[in-house]
Structure formats: C-alpha cells, structure tokens
Design a protein around this ligand. Sequence first.
Ligand SMILES: [Fe+2]
Length: 583
Amino acid sequence: MNILGINAYHGNASAALVCDGKLVAAVEEERFNRVKYAAGFPAAAIRYCLKEAGITLADLDHVAVPRNPYARLGTKLFYALRMPSFARERARVISKFTGIPAALAWAFDSDPAKIKAAFHRVEHHQAHLASAFFVSPFEHAALLSADGLGDFASSMWSLGSGSRMRIDGAIAFPHSLGLYYSAVTQYLGFLKFGDEYKVMGLAAYGQPAYLEAFRDILRFNNNGGDFGFKLGLDYFTHHKTGPEMSWAESDQTPTLGKMFSEAMPRLLKAPARQPQEPLEQRHRDMASSLQARLEEVYLGMLSKLAAQTGAKAICLAGGVAFNCVANGKIFDATPFDQVYVHPAAGDAGLAVGAAYFVWHQILGKPRSFVLDHPYWGPEYSTAEMQTAIQASAVSRGGHSIEELPEEELLHRTAAIIAEGKILGWYQGRAEWGPRALGNRSIVADPRRPEMKEILNRRIKHREIFRPFAPSILAEKTGEWFEKSYPSPFMNLAYAVRAEKRDKIPAPTHVDGTGRLQTVTREANPRYHALIREFEKQTGVPVVLNTSFNDNEPIVCRPEEALDCYLRTQMDALVLGNFVITRQ
Ligand SMILES: [Fe+2]
C-alpha cells in the first residue's frame, strides 16, 4: 500500500512516500527548486518520491495533506470576523488545498480520473505528533508538538501507545511559543524567515538580565489548573492583524509581517534593533532572557506532561523542537530519560507525519518502522558524478581529480581535514530535514580555534556568533560530552566536558556546549569510517560539520556541490569516490 504525504502551500513544502509502512523517500522542495524554505506545491519532491519507489500517481492508495480546514472552526471564524485580510489569505490557501488532486494531475500531466487515491486531511499538529511518535523507537511515549501556528493551534500534546495517539490537549491561536520566539527575534533585528536559530546562538553570549520582563511576555497559564502558557498579548500584534505570513508561491521564501507591538520596546526600555545596527550587550542579554524564559515554559510543560502520562520517553516535533539548547536540558530538568526529535521537526516533517497518521491512526496498521537515520533524499550514481565533473570547470585545469578506493579515500580525506583544509563531503542520499548529517556536509578540523572564523569568512558568510556543530563517533560521546544519549539528528546540545573544550574549540560554543551529531556505523558507515580515520590520525573522534551550502538550500545534485566548491574557497571536494583538490 502506497501513501504519499505532502506539505503544500506552506513553508518547507515537502513530500514523503510510505510503502507498506516503510518510509521510502522524503525530501523538501527547496532542494530541487533551490529556494530556501520554499512554499507552494512540491511537484519535484513528489516526482522524486514516486521515482524512488518506481511507481506512478496511479499507484497511490492514499494521499495525506497536513491541514484540516475544519479544525478549530470556531476560533477561526472568531478571528476571521476580526481580521478580514487574514481570512482572505487563508481562504486563498484553503482553496488551493481543496484543489490538491487537480494540482497533482496538472503537475504530472495526468488525467485526474486516473488518480484513485483516497485523500485525507490531517490536522497540522496531529501530523507533527505522528511524525515524532510513529517513526520513533518507542512503543509508549508522551508527545509534544510546538510551533508558530498550524490549523490555528500552536501546541498539542498526546500519549502515544503502539499504533494509536490519544490527543490530550492543545493551545490555540493567538498563544504560541513559536510566535513568541519569532516576535522577539524580529525585535532584535533579525527579520528573515528562519532567523530564530541565529538568536538561539546569540543567547549564549548574554545573561538573562531581562528575565522578569520576558516572564510578562510569555506567561504560565494557571487558569483551570491546566498546564500550558499564554502570551502577554499587549506585546504582540498578530492577534489583531493576523500573522502576516506569505506562503506565496514555490519560487519564494516565505516572509513574515511585524509581530511585536510598541509595548515591547517600552517594556524592554530600548527601541527595536534595526538589522544594520551593531549588536550590543543588551541585545545579547535579551536573547539570553528570551531563551531562558522559553526553557522555563517548555521544560515546565514537559515535566507536567511526564507527570500526567507517566511516560519515560518523549517525542518532539514542531519548529520549537529545533531548540536543541532546551532539548539538551530535558534529561536534567524533567523526568524523561528518552528523547526522540523528528529530524525534520519543522513543517517539512508534516509530509512524513501525515502519511504515518493515515497508516496507523486511520488504517490501524501495526508499527514496523523506525526512522533511525536521516538519509531519505536523492542519490546520484558514479556515472552522474562523472558527467557533472566533466561538465564542470574543475576539469578545465587548476584542479586535481582522482578516483580512489575506499581505504585510500578515507586516509587521504582525513589527512586533508587534519591539515586544516576545508572539505566538501558529498555522499549517497541527501539528508531529510535542515541539518547536513554527513552526506551533504562541509567538514573541517575541530581542533583549530581559528576554523570558525575561516569558515565564516571563506565559505558560509554568516554571523560570527553562530556556532558550528560537531559530529562525533557515537561510541565516544560520553568521553567528550557530559551526556551520552544519542543525538543522531543534531537536535540536542550538550555541555562539552570541561577537560575537552580546548581540544575541540571550533565546534564548542561560547557557553561550552555543542549541538552534536552522534554518528553510528549502522546509520552512516562511510562517515563513521571517516571520523574514525580522523581519530586515528589525530586522537580526536570528532569533526566539525556544517551544511554544504553558501546562503542557499543544501546542495542536492553533484553539479551544485561542484558549483559551491568552485564559488567558495573550499580546499577539497570528495564526491563519492572522487577526490578533487585545488592545485
Ligand atoms: Fe508546524
């Protein structure tokens, strides 16, 4: 049985295909159309998923979309009456949703009558919860989804057991942890969609001097003894104007309208920072306070969820679940001792969640699959790599190109890294989710403190305060970090052991933590072998890993990897078994 999940007409458009309960393929549209966080209809992503499975549209039994226009209809109507423009935008999007069968037929130049699949609308947060639980290794777990907004809710919690989820509660618009973080991110002068990451990185440079003020911006909800939170709405505008997200077309990155009110600068006793203004200590302290308050509320909710459900395991999804700093504190701050975060915890992951919601919650099928590695995207053959190399400027002089057997390849590559060179590492299937996890990565020596600055200046062109991440041999995690629970998808940050911090300064953040990827041989044999070879040569079982891109979606095809290598000043590129170096 073939189930296609689609996140369409929404940021992070994506598709995923589940065949007889097993995930076959999952990919974001941005990897194909090269527009970051692309919205619109994910035609290329769907095409790839079908090709990977060797099937056509006519072979689909179910199509699942993670939006239910009837969810929270009362709340929607209430706000639609108060915000006509928002209602119009929503109506436009919803009308596109109801046209998904037609859009599919159009995109594939196929007769709509040939599509026999049943269509399912899965509520946004139920799809997030399904993406976290149904592919986790747990039979029983508490589940939390938290993001900006989806189907007029921002959070939902649940108890998962076998192939069922029991939805226990939700928090509706306008209260939202995600919009709390986004609004303050804007106030701090970071205006682009997805900039919350930057502010999380900045937080480590400050002190939570504004914590009391942030406790007024984001409050605990003590009404009725229920757990949860509410926003101090005076500081926001989205409940009056609607969150002005434009999920425009697939060739555009979504944009956000202003979300904070004039009461926010009054409370914080400082005007909002303009993007071009320098960052001052007060901005760092505000970022720190924003993060500290998020952690109080998020970890507080998780503790109560643990008490309510009695579960020892927690599954997380929704954009807030990308807060690796807060996630890393779950083990100490809550009773949970097992954590699973979906690798595409943001809205891309809805495609997987919606498909598995149909398979388990609707069809009642038993569990048979664990998403224990992130490599569900496109792969290109050696012949395709060769063709790309021949067509590229690298084959017209100035570069050495060699094809090497595995052992020599790893030896040479580890030596390149150990010499302090910057390496593009391109292998196998592309990662699902926003993190490069050893198949589309830029890899560098973690022992060199200057590496962070070199990478930023030469390749990544991003803010100096943002940390780089370490990939570590999973079996060595406890020797280098204060926690050893697996973090295969880079969604947890742990403190680096004090005595190791000066051994891996480049991916150790200013507060002594690292957003680590624990690498097993089973998940990625070649990347594991590379890090082991690096350890053999240097004594350090860690490499610095950052995504293979330069202010663009992560490279997908060999051509894009070659272009990025040439455009930036990368020293070497390993493309499958080809080693390309500058001469
Ligand atoms: Fe979401």
